[in-house]
Ligand binder design. Structure first.
Ligand SMILES: [Zn+2]
Length: 325
């Protein structure tokens, strides 16, 4: 179902034509820095990060602002787990619209306090189900239910006023396809079209969780009409190199790169990310210099405002060099 109602060059896409845009870094690892207690979460549901939009809006807004201050052009809403199926795990599925609108408002508030234009990116993470798999639990879901889960989320994000929808950390292409279709349905119902970014997650061997390779993931999603395609999470930038190179060689749509701060290291049961701001910035600097299709960079797990600030410096220096040419 490729059915965008109106083709308009939104300000996001026209900005992307002019310069490389910088996303923010991780939300989860920044939340951990506040050492949240059970009582900070809605109904004491430990680890329910998206509920902090209601119970700890001050934290979430401060995290957004820290990324804007570090130089992000775009910030992601705290809605990674706010599709209906994921919210149902916490008994909040009926409040899907409300969760997404509330989170978008917080991001908008943080952005409105900045001097420059900051784009609001509606984050849409996985449902926890894997519709392509034969697993009796994870595969036990209808495609309609998945589409509906994302439709409601997209609807909330668009109603709230997001500039872009970001389907991220995609591990199952079929689930991502349903997320795109749900997003289109929300746009049709609201009569408002905004760009869609689809980000897949690859392991260090370049494969998705169920073995899909980058070529078939890209073909499926670009045929659905997504505006931007990217990679996020799972690995650091080094492991992403062959896939980024292949994607850029297609020269069709802009490419986004949002790696973790290196491959996670397990330390006492906690994932640690060791890549420094300088290391990540050097590697992403190589990408933007070498591949003109890389139009958006940012950070995933383990990246902090320090990483983003270093990326800001790198991009600003690059712009200066280009201006002098
Ligand atoms: Zn990540």
């Amino acid at each position: 179902m490729k059915s965008k109602l109106i083709i308009i060059l939104t300000s996001f896409l026209s900005e992307l034509n002019k310069k490389i845009l910088l996303f923010d870094g991780a939300m989860g690892t920044e939340i951990q820095k506040y050492s949240p207690k059970e009582s900070d979460y809605l109904d004491n549901k430990d680890g329910f990060n998206d509920s902090l939009n209601f119970t700890r809006p001050d934290w979430i807004k401060k995290i957004h602002k820290s990324y804007i201050d570090a130089g992000s052009d775009c910030i992601e809403t705290n809605t990674f787990g706010s599709n209906k199926l994921k919210l149902e795990e916490f008994g909040e599925g009926d409040r899907t619209l409300e969760f997404n609108i509330q989170a978008t408002n917080l991001a908008k508030e943080a952005a409105s306090e900045s001097q420059k234009k900051v784009f609001i990116i509606g984050s849409m993470g996985p449902t926890g189900f894997l519709p392509s798999s034969n697993d009796s639990d994870l595969g036990n879901i209808s495609l309609n239910e998945i589409e509906e889960a994302f439709f409601l989320q997209a609807r909330g994000l668009i109603e709230g006023g997001c500039d872009v929808l970001l389907i991220e950390t995609g591990q199952d292409v079929l689930e991502m396809k349903m997320a795109v279709e749900g997003s289109y349905r929300a746009m049709q119902e609201l009569k408002k079209s905004i760009p869609i970014i689809s980000n897949v997650t690859l392991d260090q061997y370049g494969k998705m969780l169920l073995g899909t390779n980058i070529q078939s993931a890209y073909t499926t999603l670009s045929n659905l009409g997504v505006d931007i395609f990217g990679l996020n999470c799972s690995t650091g930038p080094v492991e992403m190199t062959p896939s980024i190179q292949w994607l850029c060689e297609q020269k069709e749509i802009p490419i986004l790169v949002m790696p973790n701060a290196g491959m996670p290291i397990n330390e006492n049961g906690m994932a640690k990310y060791l890549m420094t701001p300088e290391e990540i910035s050097t590697k992403l600097g190589e990408f933007v210099n070498k591949y003109e299709m890389v139009k958006i960079i940012g950070g995933c797990c383990g990246t902090s405002p320090q990483h983003i600030s270093q990326l800001r410096n790198m991009l600003d220096n690059l712009n200066q060099i280009n201006l002098k040419k």
